[in-house]
Design a protein around this ligand. Structure first.
Ligand code: ATP
Ligand code: MG
Length: 360
């Protein structure tokens, strides 16, 4: 179902994105070792990744690093090792075929079709080396980290160093990193820092953009048609205007209309309700860290777009803040993708969140 509110896995359920899918497959075909899949929240990064991994013949392993981090409050090497191995456990073929290689990795034990990290000796690098050897036989192995910016919380495990080593030496592995907090991802990878392990490494970036208004309308029409639900052109137009090409919101709008049989206004209300709960869960950490974030987001959503005006609003609400502290807070919001900076003006990237922020 085109409107299903979960990340897609099958090509038939993925609307458009043919160009991006082809680009991804060609990069893997050329043996590229580092691919970044970038784009704001809800533009379909996880969906594209799932479909690409399903379509390609290569063995692949995927970890959702954001989910892992929220589950374990850490992404140390044992946690990531465990996730890599459990992602493999589900795929009998990799476990069976790679068994002889995995058996040699210290701290890993294999039983039946399950593999586990069992001792402190475990090293991610050794695991990758084993997969690389398996890849020599099985063809290029794809290792995907969804929301890879969370790898920065590795503590003693420096994943940028691990990645650099693997990219330089393990020719049968390709890494795919997705990131919605693009600034944070690049802060972690530090391609431009001569002191950093990944300095100057080649990476193929694929950026997902919003759908154009025409494409958004086509997406809605096609989805409603598929479910045999009649919706007027006028309403489609209004939905496109309010949801602005963000496929996650378009899909949710369609899903609500189709499954609950509600009209336009109610469906938009539901999308806003969902957005509110997303804001509460995603941004609560940020707001706990500094209450100023909340006020800055509110200011920008109300239309204050210049650095000075946003700062004045913040000062009015919460008192004095010095320039560099304020700039750092604003910059963090840009790095997280919630705020966009264009021609010296700031604005909220997502129109649905903008409406929610106005009520903060
Ligand atoms: N090309 C597409 N065709 C149809 N539905 C899509 C498409 N891309 C995304 N969706 C839908 O939009 C929603 C968000 O997609 P997805 O989770 O893949 O995005 P994301 O960029 O990974 O988001 P997040 O940043 O929240 O992880 C899901 O409900 C998914 O089914
Ligand atoms: Mg995702």
């Amino acid at each position: 179902m085109l409107f299903s509110p979960y990340p897609k896995t099958k090509k038939e359920e993925l609307f458009d994105r043919e160009r991006e899918l082809r680009e991804f497959e060609e990069a893997i075909g050329r043996g590229e070792r580092l691919i970044l899949l970038l784009g704001l929240r809800r533009l379909g990064k996880s969906s594209l990744l799932n479909v690409a991994l399903n379509e390609l013949p290569n063995p692949s392993i995927k970890i959702d690093v954001r989910k892992t981090y929220s589950e374990f409050s850490s992404v140390n090497r044992y946690v990531i090792g465990k996730m890599l191995l459990s992602a493999m456990s589900g795929k009998r073929r990799i476990i069976e075929e790679a068994r002889v290689f995995l058996e040699r990795v210290r701290g890993v034990s294999i039983s039946g079709v399950g593999v586990e990290v069992t001792s402190k000796e475990f090293s991610i690098t050794e695991l990758l080396e084993a997969l690389n050897e398996y890849g020599e036989k099985a063809g290029r192995i794809i290792i995907a980290f969804d929301e890879a910016q969370y790898l920065r919380f590795g503590g003693a495990t420096k994943y940028d160093g691990v990645l650099a080593y693997a990219i330089d030496n393990l020719e049968n592995l390709s890494f795919v990193l997705t990131g919605s907090e693009v600034g944070l991802l690049f802060d972690f990878l530090k391609f431009n820092d001569p002191e950093a392990p990944l300095f100057g490494r080649y990476h193929h970036d694929i950026t997902l953009n919003r759908f154009s208004p025409e494409l958004s309308a086509e997406f809605l029409r096609k989805g409603f048609e598929e479910e045999k639900v009649g919706v007027s052109e006028r309403e489609i137009e209004k939905a496109v205007e309010e949801l602005d090409g963000i496929v996650g919101w378009l899909a949710l709008y369609g899903y609500v209309r189709v499954t609950r049989g509600v009209g336009h206004e109610d469906a938009i209300e539901e999308v806003l309700r969902e957005a509110k709960s997303v804001v509460n869960s995603e941004l609560s950490k940020l707001f706990a860290y500094s209450p100023r974030y909340r006020v800055i987001l509110k200011a920008i959503s109300l239309g204050y777009s210049r650095w000075k005006d946003i700062k004045d609003y913040l000062t009015l609400k919460l008192g004095y803040v010095n320039d560099s502290n304020f700039s750092a807070l604003l910059e963090n919001l840009v790095k997280s993708g919630y705020v966009e900076k264009k021609n010296g003006r700031y604005r909220i990237s997502d129109p649905v969140l903008e409406r929610v922020f106005r009520e903060l």
